[in-house]
Design a binder for this molecule. Structure first.
Ligand code: FE2
Length: 298
């Protein structure tokens, strides 16, 4: 592919892209927020506002607090207008393919064994990092139907920024994390209790057709095996260090009627507390599509 900023052999293209990316990157989470009058039917101005955030940061936060927040058709229809239609279903997902992320009350329930369905914090990751290469999660949405009483924030970082920070430290570290056997997830159950085979792959890869950067990553140290050579090990430590220092991290607290739409950027969830009559509830969508915006006429 000609002129990819992700080509480690071409420093000039990388520099130009990097400088523009960092200059445009939002430094305050409020810059990511776009108010939508009717998320089911976006106006050209709203498409533009959403697109500009996604161009800068691979993510956008929408806000429509005036509409019933618990209506699942809202995030569903909004996502479809932005090119997200191939939704990953799993057996803990609801019938429409969106997963209701909320703490499981019942002791010993299947969901309660998996971190998303608890009050616990979730460390840095991209969604579906254990998926096979033909089932990459390219798009992800989180719609807030009900927020927690306290906590439950999401820290967010465009994976292209993590790439830049790692490459600026040492390009060899990026090369190490692009190896097809850099990261192996042993055969087990995933966070949504789906049985799966051992899965090896790179952390960073460049899409062969469209040239975008894809990242699969988890900061979890259990149930993950990193390649044992010194460079890969150092790269993993450096990446964890980068994620621990919030220079470019944006932290969002989604309120009812707000949601995140992104090209599966890096994210966390902080611990939270709520009450049985006031449960935190987020609808999560995982898509095999990236965000796409209607072509604008000049
Ligand atoms: Fe996630």
């Amino acid at each position: 592919m000609a002129n990819s900023p992700f080509d480690l052999a071409c420093e000039t293209d990388y520099r130009a892209w990097r400088d523009a990316k960092l200059a445009a990157y939002p430094r305050n989470v409020d810059e990511l927020v776009v108010a939508l009058a009717n998320p089911r039917q976006l106006t050209p101005q709203e498409f533009s506002a959403l697109e500009s955030r996604c161009t800068r940061a691979n993510m956008v936060i929408y806000s429509a607090p005036h509409l019933p927040a618990a209506d699942k058709s809202l995030p569903h229809q909004l996502a479809r207008q932005l090119g997200l239609s191939r939704l990953e279903g799993n057996y803990l997902a609801d019938e429409d393919g969106l997963s209701s992320i909320t703490p499981a009350d019942d002791e010993g329930s299947v969901r309660g064994e998996f971190i998303p369905y608890t009050h616990k914090p979730i460390n840095w990751h991209t969604d579906g990092y254990y998926n096979t290469p033909d089932r990459r999660i390219l798009g992800m949405t989180l719609h807030c139907a009900q927020d927690a009483e306290s906590g439950g924030e999401n820290a967010l970082l465009d994976h292209e920024i993590a790439y830049i920070q790692l490459r600026d430290t040492r390009p060899e570290y990026v090369a190490a994390l692009m190896q097809p056997d850099a990261m192996t997830i042993p055969a087990r159950m995933d966070d949504d209790n789906v049985a799966r085979a051992e899965q090896s792959g790179p952390v960073f890869s460049v899409d062969a057709e469209q040239g975008f950067l894809y990242m699969r990553y988890t900061a979890r140290t259990r149930s993950i095996v990193w390649k044992g050579d010194a460079t890969t090990q150092a790269a993993v430590r450096t990446l964890a260090d980068i994620l621990a220092h919030p220079e470019y991290t944006l932290t969002a607290r989604l309120r009812p009627g707000m949601g995140l739409i992104c090209n599966n950027v890096l994210h966390t969830r902080s611990a939270f507390s709520d009450a049985p009559e006031h449960r935190r509830l987020l609808y999560r969508g995982r898509y095999y599509d990236r965000l796409a915006f209607p072509a604008r006429t000049a």
